[in-house]
Design a protein around this ligand. Sequence first.
Ligand SMILES: Cc1cc2nc3c(=O)[nH]c(=O)nc-3n(C[C@H](O)[C@H](O)[C@H](O)COP(=O)(O)OP(=O)(O)OC[C@H]3O[C@@H](n4cnc5c(N)ncnc54)[C@H](O)[C@@H]3O)c2cc1C
Ligand code: FES
Length: 265
Amino acid sequence: MYSKKLRVVKNVEVIPGHRLMGLEAHELAMAAAPGQFLHVRCSETLDPLLRRPISVCLADRERGTVYMLYRIAGKGTELLARVKKGDFVDVLGPLGRGYSLPQKGDGVAVLGGGIGIAPLYFLLECIKGIYGPDTDGVSVFLGAAAYTAIPVLDQVRAMGFSVHTATDDGSGGFKGNVVQLAEEVLGGRYPDRVYACGPLPMLKSLGQALGDHPAAEVSMEEHMACGVGACLSCICRVRAKGEEPEYAHVCKDGPVFKLRDLCLA
Ligand SMILES: Cc1cc2nc3c(=O)[nH]c(=O)nc-3n(C[C@H](O)[C@H](O)[C@H](O)COP(=O)(O)OP(=O)(O)OC[C@H]3O[C@@H](n4cnc5c(N)ncnc54)[C@H](O)[C@@H]3O)c2cc1C
Ligand code: FES
């Protein structure tokens, strides 16, 4: 784990309200895995006091650059949006447990709701590296309120995957949410590996659709303070099959969990 001030090499708007920040971070780029996150200090002052968790959206190991894709949600991310190329940002990471990677040939479904695409983008890059050009068995489902609000859609398409889109307002692709879309496209037959990230209602409805799927993995969002398992602010409830629920730290035991182990009700 690294705690460093890293030089910003890029901080640009990708769609309204969403930005991509690149950090010069050779060691971090080598160490980061898809689904892991960085705990970012958004200001030089004590306001806001707490770091903000942002997923690693891509680790370019050749160039030594780590990217974060973020939605401007409040004070912390507003401050991040003001950071300029050449400035430094204080980052702790990579933190948490990420997604487990599929083996070449596994059928894969990837579902991202809104900014949930952020960790999945890195995962898709890794899947592309494993599968090479033969990505027929990989289906990607991305959704948002409107078509123009789906971040990095063109970039995901450029990776060569079959990408299906869902929008709440029907402005692009399926009218509805990504889980309904995946149900329709896959006809209820989910592949060996399912990966998701998105708002809690999306994860709940995916859990209902998938039932006891043994290998579905989702990234959970919780408010965080320490980011390393020391403060209890990010607790969620998990249950190994047939056992009583117990508490887990999203920051340390997750953020990626097997969907069937989570108590999402
Ligand atoms: C493991 C993890 C990875 C994440 N990855 C990304 C990412 O790649 N890109 C991205 O844009 N966002 C990501 N988030 C969410 C991001 O951390 C919050 O949007 C951010 O902390 C908001 O900070 P703020 O100061 O801008 O807004 P605040 O003023 O703190 O909050 C604005 C709104 O967002 C809600 N919120 C704040 N923090 C969280 C949180 N952790 N989970 C859910 N809701 C929250 C608040 O309740 C409030 O309604 C991630 C969260 C987690 C836990
Ligand atoms: S954020 Fe402190 S325990 Fe998870």
